[in-house]
Ligand binder design. Structure first.
Ligand SMILES: [Fe+2]
Length: 315
């Protein structure tokens, strides 16, 4: 049997301060669709077949709860589980049958060396009624994690989950588990956390209409609309959600076959500033956008009054 591997990104789970307000933002403005709500959590889908692309959990502190990934079938889930356990990776639960409210299926949970919860599943229910609306997100395209040790964190995904290396920009490792250029990227940072989640739009016109819908709701992009001159060369438009998470509408991400030529910073940092790249490298995130990507907006809001008072008293 070939090496077991993850073969797709399903989405992510976020802890949010106010479930109702966050569901309202992600359905009305971001244009996902609520699938179901159970107590303190809500499942939201895109226009594609995936059961849900984001799960929102109401918690006192915001943060990344989990990254959800797909495996081909039950045998692949069990193979990945056995491999991870054999490598000494922390297994949190499973493999086991999963809750019906999240689409069921079969899966297990592990923790990365930096403490991120990864849920890997197969046989999750899908939607037969794909929604025909290019202005709304189709699926989760990629999750970018911040890391103080990007080499070690990337190696975990390559060795344990079967990811392939796509590119290194000098700031970020881009890795793939399908033809999509990167389903995970790992960005240099002082701390471990979520940098951003990207939601895929069908095409450029759909993305621009999505951006237009956000603008009509008084939500301006904090970076973009632009096209990355770096790895993936995707069209992007980044926003900050009501909690302080960075989220992206993206489209036209490079697709990488077996013949894909990986490159490193010596290439990507010298890509000529061609007009066809929309001078992407000249555009920079707003200070607020950058703070969101570094996890600082969430970090600051999570610090309770008690934390501040005790720090001041200690100082
Ligand atoms: Fe992105």
């Amino acid at each position: 049997m070939s090496e077991p591997k993850v073969n797709g990104l399903r989405g992510a789970e976020l802890a949010v301060y106010d479930l109702a307000a966050s569901v309202d933002f992600y359905t009305s403005n971001w244009a996902l669709t609520e699938v179901s709500r159970h107590g303190d959590r809500a499942y939201l889908r895109g226009t594609g077949a995936e059961h849900h692309v984001i799960t929102l959990h109401e918690r006192p502190k915001a943060g990344l709860v989990a990254v959800n990934m797909a495996a081909q079938d039950r045998a692949a889930v069990e193979g990945l589980h056995a491999k991870a356990r054999g490598m000494g990776v922390e297994i949190v639960s499973g493999p086991t049958a999963l809750d019906a409210e999240g689409g069921g299926g079969y899966g297990f949970e592990l923790r990365t060396p930096e403490g991120h919860l990864i849920r890997i599943s197969s046989d999750v229910a899908t939607h037969a009624d794909a929604i025909d609306d290019p202005t709304r997100p189709v699926r989760a395209n990629h999750v970018v994690l911040n890391s103080p040790d990007i080499d070690n964190q990337m190696q975990f995904f390559l060795d344990t989950l079967g990811f392939q290396f796509s590119d290194f920009s000098g700031h970020m490792h881009f890795i793939r588990c399908s033809r999509n250029h990167h389903s995970i990227a790992i960005a240099k940072s002082q701390g471990a956390g979520l940098n951003h989640i990207a939601f895929e739009m069908k095409d450029y016109d759909g993305l621009m209409r999505g951006v237009g819908r956000m603008r009509m709701a008084d939500e301006e992009p904090g970076w973009g609309v632009g096209r990355h001159a770096g790895p993936g060369r995707n069209i992007f438009s980044y926003f900050v959600d009501p909690n302080g998470f960075a989220i992206e509408y993206t489209t036209d991400v490079d697709q990488a076959g077996d013949d894909y030529v990986s490159r490193r910073e010596d290439y990507w940092q010298n890509v000529p500033m061609r007009p066809c790249a929309w001078a992407g490298a000249k555009m920079v995130p707003s200070p607020r956008m950058r703070a969101a990507m570094e996890g600082k907006l969430i970090e600051e809001r999570n610090r309770s009054c008690d934390d501040v008072i005790s720090e001041r008293m200690a100082g």
